[in-house]
Design a protein. Structure first.
Length: 170
């Protein structure tokens, strides 16, 4: 058996053995966070683009991004009530007609008959309190967050319920 960290029998030399060819292989958390970043690029929210990926056993179960419900017109600066009224991030979530990325990932699991129990959620921003409640009830075991969102109550709720939460950016 060939050691994957050394030269291969097929004549190929690993990148680490070639000067100037070093590369960073992302950790599992970094890898799936990149998928959450990609999902965020589909967001239709005018205030913040958020992406989420549900993963179990290193396999993607579902993705989600924030925006208007399907078959509805996308949000605009004219239709965003939170923007118009100057609502601060992390407050008055009920004023938003958009569906959050975490919610959409859970909904995709439900639509396609995939259990989210025991899954890890990779998300670009920490979950709000509404999403935290949904994640808890969906059986999510762990949440990996790229950056904090100004709603500490959601983070605390996850911790209080036993959901493990890890932050990639401090």
């Amino acid at each position: 058996m060939t050691d994957p960290n050394t030269s291969q029998d097929n004549g190929l030399v690993s990148a680490k053995d070639q000067p100037g060819m070093e590369r960073h292989r992302p950790t599992v958390d970094e890898y799936f966070t990149q998928f959450a970043n990609l999902a965020a690029t589909r967001s239709t929210c005018v205030r913040r683009q958020v992406g989420a990926v549900l993963v179990r056993d290193k396999h993607i179960l579902a993705t989600g991004y924030n925006g208007a419900p399907m078959n509805m017109v996308h949000c605009t600066t004219e239709t965003c009530l939170r923007l118009k009224t100057g609502v601060k991030p992390g407050e008055r979530h009920e004023l938003c007609r958009g569906v959050h990325a975490e919610q959409n990932a859970i909904i995709q699991c439900a639509l396609h008959g995939v259990s989210s129990r025991g899954a890890t959620l990779y998300v670009t921003h920490s979950p709000c309190t509404i999403c935290a409640k949904m994640l808890i009830n969906a059986g999510i075991a762990r949440v990996v967050v790229k950056r904090k969102y100004p709603d500490e109550d959601g983070i605390q709720m996850l911790k209080d319920s036993g959901v493990k939460i890890d932050f990639l950016e401090k």
